[in-house]
Every structure is written in C-alpha cells, then in structure tokens.
Design a protein around this ligand. Structure first.
Ligand code: NAD
Length: 440
C-alpha cells in the first residue's frame, strides 16, 4: 500500500511551485546533478523515506531524487518548519508528503510512520528521527515515537523491512551524534553517510547558512535593532562561529561566547570575542542564542538572573537547549505577544521573550538557510544516496563520511557556477609537494 498524502491546503500548490522555482534559481549544483540523474537514472525504482525540513530547498532535492528514478515519502524533521505551500506543490507532483506547520507530537510521529510505510531502500534524515524510530520498531522499544508511528504503519515485519535497506544519510551534527551512538551500541543495522561531515556541508551550511538565517529568524520575529545590543552565543562550533560573526556584523556592542571545550573557547577569545560562563553572561546579555546540540544550556539558575526584556532563541537542532520547563516554572504568566514570540512574566517581575518555543529559530521564524548554501548540503545528500546505491553490499553497518573526491567535486561545481577560477598545480609543484628530498 502507498503512503498517505496529507498537507494543510492543496490549493497553496501554485504559490509553492513559485517558491521552488526561486530556490532552483539559486541551486545550480543540485540542478547539474539533476541533469545527470535524469540521463543516468541511478536511483531507478528505489524508495526513499525522508525526514527533512519541508522547505523550498528540500523540494529541489526531492525533485532531483525523483529525476534519478526514486519515489520519495517525505516527513518533516521539525513540527514547526514545514512551508505549507511547498508541501502542497510537492504533493501535487506525486511525492508522498505528510507534513504541515504546527504538528503536535502525535501527528509528527504519524508522519515518520507514514514515510516508513513506503518500506524504504534508503532513509534520509535531518536529526535522525526516521532511523531511530525505525530501529526502535525493529528492537520492539515502546515509546511515544513508535506508538504513534505504528498508528500509521500497523504491525509489520520490521525485521524483514530493515534487512532490505541499502543505507541511510544524515544531514546534521545532532543526528550524526545519535547515529554514532547507535553504531557504538552495536544496534545500527545499515551503513549511514554522515553528510554533515563533508567540508562542503558544515563549513558553509553550519557557519554561513546558520550564521545568517538565525539572525533572519530573530529579526523577522522581533524586528529589534541589533546595533548596541549585548549578544550571548552558547557554543562556538561551526554554527556558533557563524552566529557570533554575524552578530558582530550587525553591530552588536558586545558578543559573548560560552563554551565547555577549552580549544573552542580559546579560539573564540582569539577571534576577538569575550568568553565567560553562562551564569555570568546571563546577567549581562540582551539576546541569547544557543547553538550547542546539548541540553539545558540555559536553565533556571540562568533565567533567574536575566535582565528584564532578555530575548532567548535556539538554533541547535532540538528544543532542549533552552530548558523551557524551567521557564514555565519560574513564570507567573505567559502570552504570545507577536507570532513566534512568547512573553513570560517571571516571579521576580522581569519579562523574558522566548522565540519559537525554543525550537530552531531560523526555520520556525524564517525560511531556514538560503538556497545557495542548501545547494551544497543537498548536493552532498544526492551524491550520498548515489554512493550508497553504487556501493550496495560493500559497506558495513557503520557511519561513513562521503569520499573526499565527491566532496571536492561539489566545491568545484559551486565555484564554476559562481564563475570563480582557481590556479592549478604545475608538475614541478606536484613533485615538490610529494617529495622529501627537495627543499632545505
Ligand atoms: N539551525 C540550523 O539550521 C542548523 C544547521 C546546522 C546545524 N544545526 C545544529 O546546531 C547544533 C550545533 O552544531 P555545530 O555543527 O556547531 O556543532 P559543533 O559540535 O561543531 O559545536 C557545538 C559546540 O557547543 C559546545 N557545547 C556543548 N555543550 C555546551 C554547553 N553546555 N555550553 C556551551 N557550549 C557547549 C561544544 O563544545 C561545541 O564546541 C547541532 O544541534 C546541529 O545539529 C542547526
């Protein structure tokens, strides 16, 4: 039986098509791959279960996979990030989309179950919800995720279903951490390509993509002036670096970084940022942005110290970085003061403003990363699927990085599309670089 199709409003399809067209205009690398896929059909007959943010850029990826011969069942990877017009357009094109903005937890895992009901050859994740739910079903682990997924899937032979999977792909840092934990615990049942570990993914998507789109989300939600503000960025990984860099560019008076890793903290200091523990930063900051992939980074003891008017946003994958239950506990009242902005009045009389319920601010309050950056991330996704198919049966039940030559091919295609030329090594230079006898 085919997966179900369920979107908010099918009549939004025309608007969605225009959005996708706009994204395609800015995704030349993926379009090049699509052109080749259309001719070579490397994914002929394959079924892909995907859990990705349902955005216009994802639509460009899905069209590319379809051009390669695959059928795709698409679930969201966040309850708040679906662009309903894009979902409608994809549904009209025959993609099994089950997604709308503002799903509750049950609907969200129904969607994951629906994607799995395609009985996939490949799983594609952003945050590991499909792969972890699938493995829990196989291992008969009962929780809300499997219960709700089974409302759509019913009882099936999940063992048989997983045994035919060729492999999976994972888009983000947090998802890769989860899948590596599955590998470590000896439960991972098929090879997974960690797309996040490609240079052409994290150096650009995590840093420049999130650096810009996080601010886009904050500004669309609040329309505040960043100039003159004190910004606190938790985590100085690839995402945190981008967010801090752009905070400075927008004119923040001070940019403070909090870290737990001495190397990253040192790097932040040398990059010219102040570094201090969150407990100190909490008293000082006007805007707080979490980007750690960790839980409870901003919690009760921090919130209690914050100034009246402090704004809190998260751009890490899950909604656990700002510990919302603590804010709820400290608050005497709350109201939505603008779309995406919840005002909490605390017992100490101060008001703090939480954006997007602590979920990914760039996707919940804006449109996620610009297409130019997703061009490279999703080129890696498309090539990762092709790589899995070409190496069917040869890979172990492990997490792999995409081979460097494919990663570099994405960079080359991007430079070509941007009209940027670079130098080539001369024969003499190649010899010099590979020799231990030349030079003094
Ligand atoms: N918003 C988006 O569109 C988007 C895009 C890419 C990645 N992400 C997500 O952003 C998160 C960060 O990704 P990344 O690639 O920068 O990861 P990373 O591993 O490079 O960086 C995370 C940093 O956070 C630090 N950290 C961990 N716990 C901390 C704590 N309690 N206090 C302060 N710092 C702490 C770590 O030491 C590390 O330096 C992940 O959840 C990732 O999935 C979101």
């Amino acid at each position: 039986m085919c997966p179900q199709v369920k979107v908010k409003d099918p009549s939004l399809a025309e608007r969605g098509r225009l959005q996708i067209e706009w994204a395609e205009r800015h995704m030349p690398v993926l379009l090049k791959i699509r052109e080749r896929f259309s001719k070579e059909r490397p994914l002929e007959g394959l079924k892909i279960a995907a859990s990705l943010h349902v955005t216009k850029e994802t639509a460009v990826l899905v069209r590319t996979l379809v051009a390669g011969g695959a059928s795709v069942a698409l679930a969201p990877c966040n309850p708040l990030s679906t662009q309903d017009d894009v979902a409608a357009a994809l549904a009209e094109e025959g993609v099994y989309v089950y997604a709308w903005r503002g799903m509750n937890e049950r609907e969200y895992y129904n969607a994951i179950g629906n994607a799995l009901s395609i009985e996939p050859d490949i799983t594609m994740d952003d945050g590991a919800d499909i792969i972890s739910t699938f493995h829990k079903l196989v291992l008969k682990i009962e929780d809300d995720a499997t219960r709700y997924a089974k409302e759509i899937l019913g009882e099936r032979d999940f063992e048989k279903m997983i045994s035919k999977v060729i492999g999976g792909t994972e888009e983000t840092t947090t998802g890769v951490i989860r899948i590596k934990a599955m590998e470590r615990d000896g439960v991972l049942r098929y090879p997974v390509i960690a797309v996040n570990e490609s240079y052409t993914k994290y150096l650009f998507d995590n840093r420049y993509g999130t650096g810009q789109s996080t601010w886009d989300g904050i500004l669309r939600a609040t329309n505040i002036l960043v100039a003159g503000k004190i910004v606190v960025v938790a985590g100085y990984g690839w995402v945190g670096r981008g967010v801090a860099m752009r905070a400075r560019g927008l004119g923040a008076r001070r940019v403070i970084v909090t870290e737990v890793n001495p190397l990253r903290a040192l790097e932040a200091v040398m990059d010219g940022f102040e570094v201090m523990p969150m407990i100190k930063a909490a008293e000082i900051g006007d805007i707080f942005i979490t980007a750690t992939g960790n839980m409870k980074v901003i919690r009760k003891e921090h919130v209690e110290k914050m100034k009246d008017g402090a704004i809190l946003a998260n751009t890490g994958h899950f909604n656990v970085e700002i510990w919302v239950p603590d804010i709820e506990e400290l608050a005497v009242s709350k109201r939505e003061i603008r779309p995406g902005v919840t005002e909490y009045t605390l017992r100490n009389g101060r008001r703090i403003y939480l954006l997007a319920e602590g979920r990914l601010v760039n996707l919940a309050c804006a449109e996620g990363h610009p297409s130019e950056v997703m061009d490279m991330s999703f080129a890696n996704q498309a090539l990762a699927v092709e790589y899995l198919v070409k190496n069917r049966g040869k890979l172990e039940r492990k997490v792999y990085k995409l081979p460097d030559e494919l990663d570099i091919s994405v960079a080359k295609l991007k430079l070509d599309a941007m009209g940027v030329e670079i130098d080539q090594l001369t024969e003499e230079q190649k010899k010099y670089l590979s020799s231990w006898t030349l030079g003094t």
